[in-house]
Ligand binder design. Structure first.
Ligand code: AMP
Ligand code: MG
Length: 267
């Protein structure tokens, strides 16, 4: 899945990344669905192993435009994993207490402990995305945050956290369809926020802000992946492959059993 990873120091131009790309697909869609099932099973096993070994910590950061598929990714890719070892943290508009602190304060407490997977549905990157687009703080303040974020993530990595950052890339047309579906389908209406339309009007500014994030904060310790996300099944396939690959590279082992288990008789 290297093709979707941003090498550190790359200047990213998102107009050159196709949200409908399917180039990692070797076979037809039907085979891909079978592969996805197998990957899902494998991810389940690897997460069980991670939890049992209790050594590594995994942080997955999800960022996207509204309706980009963050919730769907969490539902589908982690389907079947053990809720005891997988924690989701969603970051909304900061509360008064959060706003009274530095922007990493609310994030740090949700980072994974040993044996855990933490999934960030939005993250500290909002503080250089929505905050930048809406001038919620002056440029000199958000501008220095890229360095803070790199240092923060490097610290987490140095202390044993494996970090995977996923930007779900959809097209503006695809977003229109998804927002329209939220309006039209009664059980999806709860997800429709009128405010999303105001954000949509700033699409180009958001793309610029995402390009800055991808260009400045993809590091060896915490790489960004640009996931083609117009097609949900392909998005899930690519993400599942990345996560399985990442976990397999950790070389994990089940803890040694207690000694002399052969002699144990259960009466
Ligand atoms: P949702 O994820 O759809 O529930 O929406 C959460 C909203 O909170 C989005 O509009 C985000 O842009 C906004 N949000 C998240 N973090 C921040 C932040 N640090 N500053 C301002 N708005 C934020
Ligand atoms: Mg929303």
């Amino acid at each position: 899945m290297d093709r979707y990873r941003i090498e550190p120091g790359t200047l990213v131009d998102l107009t050159r990344w196709d949200p409908a790309d399917q180039s990692a697909l070797e076979d037809d869609k039907k085979t891909a669905r079978r592969e996805l099932k197998a990957l899902n099973k494998r991810l389940e096993e690897l997460q069980e192993l991670l939890y049992a070994e209790g050594k590594h910590k995994i942080l997955i950061v999800l960022q996207a435009m509204d309706s980009g598929g963050k919730d769907g990714t969490i539902r589908h890719v982690f389907d079947g994993t053990n809720p005891q070892g997988v924690k989701v943290a969603s970051f909304k508009k900061p509360t008064d207490e959060e706003r009274a602190h530095d922007y990493l304060w609310r994030v740090h407490r949700h980072t994974p402990g040993s044996g855990e997977v933490a999934i960030f549905n939005r993250s500290h990157y909002e503080d250089v995305l929505v905050v930048r687009v809406h001038n919620l703080v002056p440029p000199e303040i958000w501008n220095r945050r890229y360095d803070h974020i790199n240092a923060f993530e490097q610290m987490l990595a140095d202390e044993g956290t494996t970090i995977v950052k996923l930007y779900l890339h959809i097209s503006k047309d695809e977003q229109k369809e998804r927002l329209q579906a939220r309006l039209d389908v009664p059980h999806k209406q709860w997800k429709f926020a009128k405010g999303d339309l105001a954000e949509r009007e700033r699409w180009d500014e958001y793309m610029e802000a995402f390009e800055a994030v991808l260009s400045k904060t993809s590091t060896a310790a915490a790489p960004w992946y640009v996931i083609p996300a117009n097609r949900k099944w392909y998005r899930n396939l690519v993400i599942s492959r990345i996560l399985v690959e990442t976990l397999e590279n950790l070389d994990m082992h089940y803890p040694n059993p207690e000694e002399d288990l052969e002699g144990v008789v259960i009466t």
